[in-house]
Write a protein that binds this ligand. Structure first.
Ligand SMILES: *[C@@H]1O[C@H](CO)[C@@H](O)[C@H](O)[C@H]1NC(C)=O
Length: 420
């Protein structure tokens, strides 16, 4: 009995999305503590009390479990293993309540103003432009409800000039500009011109990683979700915008944990504000030679960020290359058994990280076949499921890159592939 109560209590961290804060507190804190029942023995001497106490207890337990059951059944889609289309009674499943971070109160889906939220991408050069448009294509395809914002180098594209001259008729419209217009017109991307952040004597990686932090400056939004573009989105992540307010939420770099307790900046959920951006800029000013965006956000938020679960929000593709008994960091416990299909199904955001296999838009064919996941024996049966999933990730990326980025008459992608 106690362990069941404990189990429900431990559900509490997941419950802010489910209803009012009072409801989340209602269970365990309202349990009568022994101290508040003086003279229990004397009271029990009365027959009426002897009948009343168990009755009240039974009603309390009924209400408590009834309520918690309700909370569990309203976990947002994707947080439960399998969403049953109907509830036990056969009635349609109740829609999960939506949490409104600006008011801190539950709201109906219809009252959430999704234009206050945005997925953000940053682009520093033509290389990453295509990756970024590819991610937005996925969000468009998945029907995500928040805005899509691309921060791009201002010199890449002048929307006013391009609007005045049709792209096809204008020989000077660059391939980059054409791709930006495609993102805007086909995938509903809002284009925000920026200055790429550079530092005297620093390399390109530095510029790229600091430009990412301009997400904190997108104060036209209440909340932004910054995603690294060397990744693939498998499911919408709209639910993250509805988490309780917090300056920053990030997953942990689980592949380093517990030796290193570091947040992964591949996915940053942030609340842009002038103050927060000033803090970030000040920290960037102090940055040492080996400090990149990941170091900066860890200095600033390492001890205060809301930690997002890494399984759905930061799976790395290299996980599928590990031996079956080497998934302890991913699983986070010693009891669970690795299940590649379950891991893939749970993942919403997968980061391509397979050293020494190059990033998927480069020439991977040479290394790919020697480094692909092994087949393993499971319960006496050979299985290549990791290999299939891993190769599907790379094949799908390649196919999508071709489809999304080579629509233009321009030859830039073909040239780049030859160079790569
Ligand atoms: C931050 O945003 C403001 C307002 O949009 C803009 O004027 C400023 O240039 C931005 N700062 C940087 C470093 O991009």
């Amino acid at each position: 009995m106690f362990s069941r109560v404990l189990a429900f209590w431990q559900q509490a961290p997941y419950s802010p999305l489910n209803g009012s804060p009072a409801a989340a507190d209602g269970g365990p804190t309202s349990s009568p503590s022994p101290k508040s029942w003086p003279g229990v023995t004397a009271l029990l001497a009365s027959r009426r009390i002897r009948l009343l106490v168990p009755t009240v207890l039974i009603i309390c337990i009924f209400l408590f479990f009834g309520h918690r059951y309700d909370a569990l059944s309203s976990l947002p889609a994707g947080w439960r293993k399998e969403d049953s289309p109907t509830s036990d009674t056969g009635a349609p499943t109740k829609q999960p309540p939506i949490w409104d971070p600006s008011t801190g109160a539950p709201a109906n889906d219809g009252t959430v103003d999704w234009s206050r939220f945005a997925y953000t991408q940053y682009v520093t050069d033509s290389h990453y432009l295509c990756n970024s448009v590819m991610l937005f294509e996925r969000l468009h395809h998945l029907g995500s409800r928040a805005d899509r914002v691309m921060m791009y180098p201002a010199q890449m594209f002048n929307p006013n000039a391009a609007a005045a001259v049709p792209a096809a008729a204008n020989g000077r419209t660059s391939d980059d500009a054409r791709l930006l217009m495609k993102a805007r017109d086909e995938y509903g991307v809002k284009l925000v011109p920026i200055q790429v952040q550079r530092r005297e004597g620093a390399d390109e990686t530095w510029a790229e990683s600091f430009t990412k932090l301009l997400a904190f400056n997108q104060t036209q939004y209440t909340r932004v979700l910054s995603l690294d573009s060397d990744s693939v989105i498998l499911q919408s992540m709209d639910e993250l915008f509805l988490l309780p307010p917090c300056p920053v939420a990030m997953p942990r770099a689980y592949w380093l944990y517990p030796d290193n307790k570091i947040l992964s900046s591949q996915l940053i959920l942030a609340q842009p504000s002038a103050d927060e951006f000033a803090r970030v800029l000040a920290r960037v000013e102090e940055a040492g030679g080996n400090d990149y965006d990941m170091e900066i956000v860890n200095y600033l938020y390492g001890d205060s960020a809301l930690v997002l679960p890494h399984r759905p929000y930061d799976l790395v593709s290299g996980e599928f290359r590990e031996a079956p008994d080497k998934h302890g960091r991913y699983l986070g416990n010693a009891d669970e058994r690795w299940d590649a299909v379950a891991a893939f199904n749970e993942a919403k955001f997968v980061h391509f990280s397979d050293w020494p296999v190059p990033k998927p838009w480069l020439d991977i064919e040479k290394t790919r076949w020697s480094k692909q996941p092994d087949c393993f024996e499971r319960d006496g049966v050979a299985s290549c499921v990791e290999r299939e999933i891993w190769n599907t990730l790379y094949d799908e990326f390649k196919e999508r890159r071709k489809r999304v980025c080579t629509h233009v008459p321009g030859e830039h992608l073909r040239r780049r592939r030859q160079r790569g």
